[in-house]
Design a protein around this ligand. Structure first.
Ligand code: SF4
Length: 252
C-alpha cells in the first residue's frame, strides 16, 4: 500500500486488521477464561491494572470459597477482599447483584446457556444486569461463545478515530455497531481486531503521545497525515513489520 491511495473507512478497518495481524501475530479464539470468570473479572478490571484485577479476583475466591460464598459475604468484607480495584465499594455490591440475578434466573452460577441464545438476546440479557455495558457483554459473548460482536474499549475507540475508521465524534457505544458492519461476521477476525487494537493502544498509539514512528498504520492514518503529512517512502521503510519483544511484553 502507498500513501497515495485514499482508503474508505471500511477499507481502513480491514487494512488495520490485516496489518496488525501481521504485526502482533494472529491469535486463536480459544477462550482464555470461563464465562463467569470473564464477566466478573471484567467488572473488577475497570480502570484497574491486570495484576491488581487478578489479585482482587484470587483474594475474593480464596476468602469466600466460591460464588455462593461471594454472594453471601458481608458486602464490606467483599469490598475489602477486592480492595486492589479502583472502586471496591461500588464493585462489591454490583458483583453481588450480578450473582444474585444469575442464581435467581438460572438456579446456578453459570452463563453457559448463552452459547445457545441468539447474539442479540444474549447482549440484551447481559446489559440488563447492573453495571454491565455493551463492551463487557460483547467481551463475554465474543471470547467465550464466539458470537460475532466487537467489544470497543477506549483503545479501540481512540485508534478507530485517529486512523479514520469512524468519524471523530462517533461515541464508543456507536462504534460497536459501525466497526462491526465494516468487518466480516467471523468471531476469530473480530477477536483479533479487538485484541490487536487494544494492544496497539496500550503500546504504540498511546493516548498522550502516539509512537507514530513505530506504527505500521501510518500510511493511511488521518492523525499521522494531519500532524506529519503523507508518510514518506523513508518513513514507511523504517517502520517495523513486527512487534519486537525487546520493546516490552504485550498486555493481557
Ligand atoms: S500513525 Fe500514530 S496516530 Fe495513527 S494509529 Fe499509528 S500511532 Fe496512532
Amino acid at each position: 500500500m502507498t500513501n497515495a491511495t485514499p482508503l474508505s473507512p471500511a477499507q481502513k478497518t480491514w487494512q488495520d486488521h490485516l496489518i496488525l495481524n501481521d504485526f502482533y501475530g494472529e491469535l486463536s479464539s480459544t477462550p482464555r477464561r470461563t464465562p463467569m470468570r470473564e464477566l466478573i473479572s471484567t467488572v473488577l478490571s475497570h480502570r484497574t491494572t491486570h495484576a491488581d484485577e487478578e489479585l482482587a479476583y484470587s483474594r475474593m475466591l480464596e476468602t469466600f470459597g466460591d460464588w455462593e460464598g461471594v454472594l453471601a459475604a458481608p458486602t464490606s468484607e467483599l469490598a475489602h477482599a477486592i480492595r486492589t480495584t479502583r472502586w471496591p465499594d461500588t464493585q462489591a455490591p454490583r458483583i453481588q447483584d450480578i450473582l444474585r440475578r444469575i442464581k435467581a434466573e438460572r438456579g446456578e452460577f453459570t452463563l453457559d446457556f448463552l452459547a445457545d441464545w441468539p447474539t442479540e438476546r444474549g447482549l440484551q440479557w447481559l446489559t440488563d444486569m447492573p453495571g454491565i455495558g455493551l463492551k463487557t457483554a460483547s467481551l463475554v459473548l465474543l471470547f467465550n461463545f464466539q458470537k460475532p460482536v466487537l467489544p470497543v474499549d477506549t483503545h479501540v475507540h481512540r485508534i478507530a478515530q485517529r486512523v479514520g475508521m469512524i468519524g471523530p465524534k462517533v461515541s464508543a457505544e456507536r462504534a460497536h455497531k459501525l466497526l462491526l458492519e465494516q468487518l466480516p461476521q467471523d468471531a476469530r477476525v473480530l477477536l483479533n481486531f479487538h485484541k490487536h487494537n487494544y494492544w496497539h493502544g496500550q503500546r504504540v498509539c498511546l493516548y498522550t503521545k502516539p509512537d507514530c514512528a513505530r506504527c505500521p498504520l501510518k500510511a493511511f492514518c488521518d492523525y499521522y497525515i494531519e500532524h506529519y503529512g503523507p508518510a514518506t517512502p523513508e518513513a514507511l521503510a523504517a517502520t517495523p513489520k513486527r512487534w519486537d519483544t525487546a520493546w516490552g511484553e504485550l498486555p493481557h
